[in-house]
Design a protein around this ligand. Structure first.
Ligand code: PLP
Length: 398
């Protein structure tokens, strides 16, 4: 039986060479390869800075704390409200809540899973905008939100914008990369993402203070934020002070540091990212052509050369069929599937305290979250894998 995974990774010669260099150097903690990964990712995305952290979740938390610790953003404070998407991997909402803020959900467009910007504006108009500090749009499955509108609304109400680009490695909006249209943005390099290294994340920004704060927060709030520590060379800016900045802590922070192996696995992939994105796009285009006849029962993904696809999302139309038995059947025939996350207040036990408040208010999120699932479209799939997907879906949905 053919097995089609949601994501796959193959470590080639380049990755192995870098891994061996680490083994020979005896340095496992963050070092030159981590700095090189950060340089390459910032260059690819088009921001001044990138800070690597140990997961996309950590990237969100570190980013939110960097804003909390920055007095340029007085509205960003514990208890403030953050407008975000109800259909996303739970980390987006958890990070907001764990940083002491309140996630506030508006409905999504069912085709692109992006925030309905008219609802964002209506929410701010109808409530007290001073209670809100931020809009945190999620570019789910690679589809970028309407960032012009989000930025217009955020300007009108003096809100910070923080893009969650965990699933949009290199997606474009009007020629601009996801992650460059706001103050800061997070990425995840978990399994199935265009760049995947097992576990890792990053924050990008062009704001030096945010970059410095994230460097500090990821290292238990330590005082220093130099790109490379110069203390052993005797040229640390604090060398002659009577404290050691590495062990003096300006903020409460976390340990979100990575190790060199993660960077080593990521670097060669970033160098190949254009090919990775292109081959995923070709796979999506091919599957869409072949599955056109299923459109009466399945919502196929919108195809665009601007989208860097995380996966191939499908939504069962009009609740014609139950999602779970279908996913079970596909899995039993070798096609790996994942649910399209669910609508957070309606379906996630961790946020059940919000269920009643949102009852009936997020119809699209409820529909996509309960009837959507995704399968792989990654660069390692061969034509025979794609054809197997087509035959299987046609059989199951006949
Ligand atoms: C939209 C979104 N945000 C945040 C995360 C969290 O990333 P991680 O799993 O690396 O912690 C993910 C993970 O896939 C995600 O999809």
């Amino acid at each position: 039986m053919i097995k089609v995974s949601v994501g796959d990774i193959k470590l080639g010669e380049d990755e192995r060479k870098l891994i061996n260099e680490i083994v020979d150097s005896n340095r496992l903690s963050e070092g030159p390869l981590t700095r090189e990964f950060e340089r390459l990712w910032a260059e690819f995305i088009g921001t001044k800075f990138c800070v690597a952290v140990n997961s996309g979740t950590s990237a969100l938390i570190a980013g939110l704390y960097a804003l909390l610790y920055d007095d340029r953003f007085p509205k960003v404070k514990k208890g403030s409200k953050v407008i975000t998407s109800p259909v996303t991997y739970i980390a987006t909402s958890s990070a907001i809540a764990l940083a002491g803020m309140e996630p506030v959900f508006v409905d999504i467009d069912p085709m692109t899973f992006t925030l309905k910007v008219d609802q964002v504006e209506a929410l701010l108009e109808s409530g007290n905008p001073d209670e809100y500090s931020m809009i945190l749009p999620v570019h789910l499955m690679g589809y970028v939100n309407d960032m012009d509108e989000i930025n217009r609304i955020s300007k009108k109400y003096d809100l910070v914008v923080f893009e969650d680009s965990a699933q949009a490695h290199g997606s474009l909006y009007k020629g601009k990369k996801a992650g460059t249209m706001s103050l800061l943005s997070d990425y995840s390099f978990y399994i199935a993402h265009n760049i995947q290294v097992g576990e890792m994340g990053a924050v990008v920004t062009s704001d030096k203070k945010i970059r410095d704060n994230i460097k500090k927060i990821k290292a238990n709030g330590r005082y220093c934020a130099c790109p490379v520590c110069t203390r052993s060379k005797g040229i640390c800016p604090y060398q002659n002070d009577d404290f050691d900045p590495r062990f003096t802590h300006e903020f409460l922070g976390f340990n979100f540091k990575i190790n060199e192996f993660q960077a080593a696995i990521g670097i060669p992939q970033v160098k190949r990212i254009k090919d990775i994105i292109a081959s995923r796009q070709q796979n999506v285009e091919y599957l869409n052509q072949q599955l056109d006849g299923l459109k009466h029962v399945l919502q196929l993904p919108l195809f665009s050369k601007d989208v860097s696809y995380l996966a191939y999302p499908l939504v069962i139309k009009d609740k014609l069929l139950e999602r779970q038995p279908i996913m079970r059947e596909l899995e039993s025939k070798g096609l790996e599937t994942r649910p399209l996350f669910g609508c957070i207040p309606a379906h996630q036990p961790a946020f059940k305290y919000l269920k009643q408040q949102y009852e009936g208010k997020l119809p699209n999120a409820d529909y996509v979250g309960s009837s959507g699932f995704y399968i792989g479209c990654h660069q390692y799939l061969k034509k025979e894998d794609l054809d197997y997907i087509v035959v299987l879906l046609k059989t199951v949905f006949k």
